[in-house]
Design a protein around this ligand. Sequence first.
Ligand code: COA
Ligand code: AMP
Length: 637
Amino acid sequence: MSDPTTSSTYATAHRRSITDPDAFWLEVAGGIDWTTPPTTAVDGSRPPFYRWFPDGELNTSYNCIDRHVEAGRGDQAAYIYDSAVTGAKETITYSQLLQQVAVFAGALAAEGVGRGDRVVIYMPMVPRAAVAMLACARLGAVHSVVFGGFAAPELAIRIDDARPKVIVTSHGGIEPTRKVPYFPMVAKALALAEHTPTAVIVAARPDQFPDETFPETPGTTWTDWDEAVSAAEPAAPVPVKATDPLYILYTSGTTGLPKGVVRDNGGHAVALAWSMWNIYGVRPGDVWWTASDVGWVVGHSYIVYAPLLVGATSIIYEGKPVGTPDAGAFWRVASEHRATGLFTAPTAVRAIRKEDPEGVELARYDLSSLRTLFCAGERLDPDTYHWATEKLGKPVVDNWWQTETGWPIASNLRGLEPMPIKAGSPTVPVPGYDLHVLDAQGNPLPAGEEGNLAIKLPMAPGTLAGLWDDDERFISSYMSVFDGYYSTGDGGYIDSDGYVYVMGRTDDVINVAGHRLSTGSMEAVIAKHPAVAEAAVIGVKDEIKGQRPVGYVVLKSGQIRDPEELRAELVAMVREEIGAVATFRDCTVVQGLPKTRSGKILRKTMRQIADGQENVVVPSTIEDPQVLEDLTPFLRG
Ligand code: COA
Ligand code: AMP
């Protein structure tokens, strides 16, 4: 195979993006409508804080909607909503979306929301979630979407950190086997939080939740969405600085407190439009489907914003890959709406495969419009890759990125120059990302050797501008690990063809069913139990979900508890404090936890033993090797 990383359209683009980022990205920025076009791409005067298009001004909502209507695409579908849990289907054209977004922005403005103010959005997968996000963008306000699977205390933490003027919510979400009412969750979060927003606006679902009434929450009024918009004037797009924040999205770090990743307006619009075109190969008018949730970064970038930035149609799907009603759900939706691209997490493919290993459901649908299946959120394991490729007969493309970057760090660039796919690799570093493999001291490692994946600064536009109100944590989490680099927290290697392999997190963040979770936050919850002296939660391999959290607890001296009862109590606590999405179900009482002499629990060693790895190297700093020996039978299950 000729080396695509040195002699190709891709190689030229990548090289130019690194050696002359100003010229490269200013040219790309020409695809966005600016109220004040930028003259500089990157301002690196205050490293490690890089600012993109510092003298440019634009409005993201205008770029997603108005300009397409002005260009005559008003009758084209912007969003197609398909709910497998209610049976509802709805097409929203660009003109209709413009009207809905403008008037909801007016309703937010009437509540005092303006440029720079925050709005928390806690919504299920309904079109109004996207409308609310775009309405914030229209005003220059900053949204912070909280995934519906998080419980009240997690919502409260985000409310206190973002300090929103308004919360936008709904009656609730619908899971395959139960309804999840949101009002009690929002009311409890407001009671827990110190900050008091002035209003909660409710996108009602009375058909699904006929008995819910607005709760009483001191200092905050609850209003129905329809009522709020009936009195509102449509709002015009407000030009903002390219460097102004568009949104805050909280993501799990190693400690209990989530990190508020800040995304800017200009870099985001430029990078996402470029990625849609060059990575995903999407053109205006194409129907595109990201089967994720607006609560995750994949949903922000590739359900709500990027498809609209390029004038495509984006499917908003409310349902699961299996059980709503069967393992043919994805193929039904892709076929019915003639999707040209489908983007999901490998865990969803594994769930489908488990129920339909022979692809009987898949064969029932006409997937002739589908060009590519994209996967991200966790490593696309070779087994799942081969199964999907064989059953679909189409390219299956892995792409690696994170909440922090907002768009792929490594991918096969289907729109720019498709490359041969190697199972287990998301292919090559995307233009804008100068990716390196470093050892623990920050020295570069040769091809094929595994180490820390780090990106030389500046990173591409659209990547995190910082952490909300926490410059110190931004620097300590990402920028001070390796001087002059952003540390991804992922380990892996680059082979001699320049292909990237991402092998997993090097920290205590775990990835469960494509959901990023912090073991530290689960440990913090468990530690609150009166019988528990200390706890460790590790992510162990799971056939469908990739990883699942498993807890090991040491009881306080004198405590004697029925293990099953204790397990049930701890599971309930994690569900109550973090949410069902934590998927915390296994917990074992043990005599001790292995630690280093400085008191750090050896979670990595525990994980390696639990995963059945051979020749596990136990750190020489271990305090008492006997503790680990005693624990090993429990870890091996
Ligand atoms: N609101 C409320 N609860 C939610 C929720 C939401 N939005 N999303 C998940 N949950 C609940 C589930 O109902 C489940 O509850 P339970 O313990 O009572 O059964 C729990 O959280 C765990 O959910 P999940 O891990 O998603 O497991 P699942 O068995 O319901 O579904 C998959 C498994 C693989 C089908 C599903 O995880 C999936 O589709 N994953 C893809 C993830 C994804 O898109 N990630 C984004 C990156 S691309
Ligand atoms: P999130 O911030 O929720 O998108 O999770 C980001 C993390 O998920 C990354 O740091 C990786 O550990 C993992 N991840 C996402 N996509 C991939 C991929 N394609 N291959 C390997 N790991 C991935």
